[in-house]
Design a protein around this ligand. Structure first.
Ligand SMILES: Nc1ncnc2c1ncn2[C@@H]1O[C@H](COP(=O)(O)OP(=O)(O)OP(=O)(O)O)[C@@H](O)[C@H]1O
Length: 309
């Protein structure tokens, strides 16, 4: 089956001369959920706005369901639902009317049965006659999704769906996306949270400095990312790693007063227990142990370096 979204060598230079997209090529399959994961300023919003036809590319092409986003703008745009970063809603409108209105904007005939079905899917049905201003932040975000889906697009863009929201709301959004998965709509979301990409996406594209550095299935990528390190502080410093520990992925740090052990948190056996046992057998005493997960920044650096190698 042909990809539902095809992005080919997309470039975007802003008037300032800044090149925000440097030749992005990406195929998105129908029904998948793909996360564009990248640090601030990587070009995620620029990429989404260009695919949606809001920002004009400097060169390159985008097709959505085979329609060119510039030449066949109306057909291409009718296939797309966009949920922007900011909450921009008519506070005095009812939920039902707001969603009806969005459908009308695309010239689609009124269809209350469809709107109600959508509200049910998004857990908003009992709020359909409520004014938007009376809704919680999480419900307002759901209304934005309902509005974006009102004209029955095949592709839904979520631009940082959980930016600036608390943990509970984030999880709520993850559940909403999981429900939408069942409807078969293709979802493209941007985020800089790895956990978020992990919770929602089937595939992850890492974007950095206007380029896609890596596109991979989530399972493979998370296996790649799931590294943790333990720093084992020793009571007496060592000159070198003892031969009996050589088969572990350990190195001496802090002038020999600690061992650094890197392991895969997702592995069935992390090796920590046997390392600690072998440490004792080797006659080494530890004074403390600390563990930490690689930060997002380190993961990106690791990925990008690994990719270039
Ligand atoms: N209208 C504009 N004119 C000039 N530069 C811009 C414009 N819009 C964005 N940029 C620059 O392009 C780069 C990419 O911005 P973009 O908003 O696409 O990044 P992002 O990955 O979505 O970041 P964030 O996660 O912070 O939203 C940034 O360096 C930004 O400053």
């Amino acid at each position: 089956m042909a990809p539902i979204v095809k992005v080919n060598d997309l470039r975007k230079s802003y008037d300032s001369g800044f090149e925000a997209l440097k030749g992005v090529t990406l195929d998105i399959e129908e029904g998948e959920i793909i996360a564009l994961l990248g640090p601030n300023g990587a070009g995620k919003t620029t990429l989404i706005s260009t695919i949606c036809g809001i920002t004009r590319p400097t060169s390159g092409t985008v097709t959505v369901s085979g329609h060119d986003i510039i030449k066949d703008y109306r057909q291409a745009r009718s296939q797309i639902g966009l949920v922007p970063q900011e909450l921009s809603l008519e506070q005095f409108e009812t939920v039902m009317n707001a969603v009806r209105f969005s459908r009308g904007l695309f010239g689609k005939p009124n269809d209350d049965a469809l709107v109600e079905k959508l509200l049910r899917q998004l857990g908003l049905h009992d709020k359909k006659d409520s004014k938007i201003m009376a809704l919680s932040g999480g419900m307002k975000r759901r209304v934005l999704i309902a509005k974006a889906l009102a004209h029955e697009p095949r592709v839904l863009f979520l631009d940082e769906p959980t930016a600036g929201v608390d943990v509970e709301l984030r999880k709520d959004m993850w559940r909403v996306v999981d429900e939408l998965r069942k409807t078969g709509v293709t979802i493209i979301l941007t985020t800089h949270y790895i956990e978020e990409a992990e919770a929602m996406a089937d595939r992850i594209a890492v974007i950095e400095k206007g380029q896609i550095r890596l596109v991979q299935g989530k399972v493979e990528l998370m296996a790649h990312l799931g590294k943790k390190e333990a720093i084992i502080h020793l009571t007496a410093p060592l000159a070198e790693v003892p031969a009996s520990l050589a088969h572990y992925n350990v190195e001496l740090v802090n002038n020999g007063s600690a061992l650094r052990y890197v392991y895969d948190v997702r592995a069935e056996r992390t090796g920590i227990t046997s390392l600690l046992n072998d440490l004792q057998t080797a006659g080494l005493q530890m004074s403390d142990i600390e563990t930490r997960q690689s930060s997002l920044e380190e993961i990106f650096v690791g990925l990008i370096e690994g990719d270039a190698a």
